[in-house]
Design a protein around this ligand. Structure first.
Ligand code: NAD
Length: 357
């Protein structure tokens, strides 16, 4: 099959890690007889330098015309003093909006070989975990009514969800669970918030009518935050609102070891998604060769699984990454600081390619 992939490398380490992911995708295409056609677009700081704005229309059009989008990261100190509407991060929001992406999928998985890099109790880390946070991305308190009173000494933000908004993200969570271990935990604050009560009712109605084969339970967000530290192996798929998902997904990422290992997907109504590592543009290490490409390579694997329905190809990439880590190969971000034996990002990518032979 032929797939058109829009590449938005962005700033800092973005171009390095996207180039590594492209090599891995090309190797996968060769092995399975696919054709990936890559077209590169500017966004973020580099787009500000070239065209004066963070998200040129050409980038939006190119991404809309593609079968899927891979993004590196945007931003850096060079553009920190830009006025708010011209900041590099505006490109992310603009792309999500233009592509109609309302769900964010963030896996957090402890690679067995990296149990010693995990911050959890050793017996819990050794048990391992593999969870997926499905976060609503375009609604809730981040987009609700907000304001201040006239005196400016009182402020409010509003959490608002409709049944339709909850249903579409819950549907994605149930579908995801069907491809995994068949268990969804819906996270809310229904003991306090009316919007959470609507959330809970809606998820349950959908579960009972359309997904009776998927196990569904609920957890208050404070309990979920504790459970991620106490024993994250309880979870398979977590579905939750924009703000709760924002916080829980960062928490879950921290317990896995390194930010350089974690992938993400943003999805909407169509099969086209936007895939990116969860980390930023890491300007402190850009150009030094230290950027770990694994998060971006695993994001490419997610693209094959969720946008192109190529599970075997996604497994092929993920297995190569696991094997390389099992053999003890590490980039510097996943080493103890005093240990001086590590691979550069491009050596890590080469090791992964060797395992894809
Ligand atoms: P960051 O994620 O870029 O970096 C945090 C720390 O993690 C740094 O020490 C960095 O060196 C390290 N790190 C990150 N990715 C790594 C990798 N692949 N390999 C090895 N080490 C890695 O976060 P930050 O420093 O807060 O932000 C830097 C810039 O990135 C800012 O301009 C911020 O706005 C932007 N940012 C962009 C995105 C995005 O594009 N999605 C997300 C977060 C931050």
């Amino acid at each position: 099959m032929k797939y058109n992939i829009a590449l938005v490398p962005g700033d800092g380490i973005g171009p390095e890690i996207i180039a590594d992911a492209v090599e891995v995708l090309e190797k996968t295409a060769e092995k399975f007889g696919h054709e990936f056609v890559f077209t590169e677009y500017a966004a973020g700081g580099n787009a500000i330098d070239k065209c004066g704005i963070p998200l040129p229309q050409e980038t939006v059009d190119g991404c809309l015309a593609a079968d899927s989008v891979m993004l590196g990261a945007v931003g850096g100190p060079k553009w920190d003093s830009q006025p708010n509407h011209l900041r590099p991060e505006k490109a992310l929001l603009g792309l999500r909006k233009a592509l109609g992406l309302y769900t964010n999928l963030r896996p957090a998985k402890i690679q067995p070989a990296l149990a010693d890099a995990c911050v959890l109790r050793p017996d819990i880390a050794a048990r391992g975990f593999d969870l997926m946070i499905v976060r609503e991305l375009t609604g809730g308190i981040y987009f609700g009514d907000r304001g201040r009173n006239e005196a400016g000494d009182e402020a409010y933000d509003t959490e608002k969800y409709s049944v339709a908004e909850v249903e579409r993200v819950a549907r994605r969570a149930f579908e995801t669970a069907r491809k995994r271990r068949g268990h969804v935990t819906s996270v809310d604050k229904a003991n306090v918030l009316e919007s959470s009560r609507l959330w809970r009712e809606t998820v349950h109605r959908l579960g009972e009518t359309e997904y009776p084969d998927v196990k569904l339970d609920d957890m208050y967000v404070d309990n979920a935050a504790m459970q991620i530290i106490r024993d994250p192996s309880f979870f398979d798929v977590i579905v939750t609102s924009n703000m709760f998902g924002d916080i829980l997904s960062d928490e879950a990422s921290q317990v896995t070891g390194s930010i350089g290992l974690l992938a993400s997907a943003s999805l909407g109504e169509t099969s086209r998604g936007m895939y990116e590592p969860i980390h930023g543009s890491a300007p402190d290490i850009a150009g030094t060769g230290l950027a770990n490409p694994i998060a971006t390579i695993l994001s490419a694997a997610m693209m094959l699984r969720y946008s192109f329905d190529l599970s075997e190809e996604a497994d092929y990439i993920e297995n190569a990454v696991s094997e390389v880590l099992e053999e003890g190969w590490r980039t510097r971000d996943i080493k103890a600081p005093e240990d001086e034996t590590w691979l550069t990002g491009s050596q890590m990518k080469d090791k992964i390619l060797e395992h894809m032979a």
